[in-house]
Design a protein. Structure first.
Length: 254
């Protein structure tokens, strides 16, 4: 009974905060370390973004050298920015024609760590890179985008559907092998053959790397013992994850 009451209270809190965010803001900067700035829509100016700065559709957020940031969104969804990262908040819980709440965040360059609640049928949550888009379904993952657009995605919990053809590919679960819509085909005019379209399902403790041409160059498992999983950036995120889970558990107990 106490468990049910805790879940009801957590649901009430999420609804309460969702109402506040819907009328005022749909996300805030919840952590800042170093130099963090925000660029509102229709301006070229970057302004300082201290803790509690509102984040909304159309904003861009960036970190600089030796800087980190954390964005807390409506449903306690979290996006963390590594140093020298730029993200473009294309949509933040915007209602679509199909009456769904759509979120789309683009990583222009740098690296993010994301913790997203399980996505319902009425919600869409996408993270995009220059050459691919990932559909999120209740996941903990990180995405790194190099200056040449080479992209790496690592999933720690849950699963992510990633494709280079978000507009024409039906994102239904497939195996780890690429799901091909069609082979290369000639197009009108003096253009090169079109790039083959693909989609992967990346599950817990799996990774995928896409080169600057948009081709998948590696896919498979990774280990917590890998050197890349022991960096200060990863360790910091793990600590923040524990803090986040503790907050949720405390809400459930009330």
């Amino acid at each position: 009974m106490k468990r049910v009451g805790g879940l009801f209270f957590l649901g009430f809190c999420l609804l309460f905060f969702s109402t506040i965010f819907a009328t005022e803001k749909r996300g805030i900067v919840s952590y800042v370390e170093g130099d963090v700035k925000k660029q509102p829509p229709a301006t070229e100016l970057w302004e300082n973004a201290p803790v509690n700065t509102p984040v909304m559709t159309g904003d861009r957020v960036r970190t600089y050298l030796d800087s980190r940031a954390e964005l807390e969104l409506i449903q306690l969804d979290i996006i963390r920015l590594a140093p020298k990262t730029i993200v473009d908040i294309m949509k933040l819980y915007e209602e679509t024609k199909e009456k769904k709440l759509k979120t789309e965040i683009r990583v222009e360059t740098g690296e993010i760590w994301a913790s997203v609640h399980e996505v319902s049928a009425e919600t869409e949550f996408d993270i995009a890179a220059p050459l691919a888009m990932a559909a999120i379904t209740g996941t903990v993952f990180r995405m790194k985008v190099d200056e040449d657009s080479t992209t790496q995605l690592k999933v720690y919990k849950g699963e992510v559907k990633i494709t280079n053809a978000p507009a024409s590919l039906n994102l239904t679960p497939q195996s780890l092998k690429p799901y091909q819509i069609q082979g290369p085909r000639p197009v009108e005019g003096p253009h090169e053959v079109s790039l083959e379209q693909w989609m992967y399902i990346i599950k817990s403790m799996q990774q995928i790397t896409i080169d600057k041409q948009g081709k998948v160059v590696s896919v498979g498992k990774f280990s917590p013992k890998d050197p890349e999983e022991k960096t200060p950036w990863v360790e910091w995120n793990k600590k923040r994850e524990k803090m986040r889970l503790k907050r949720i558990q405390e809400l459930e107990k009330k």
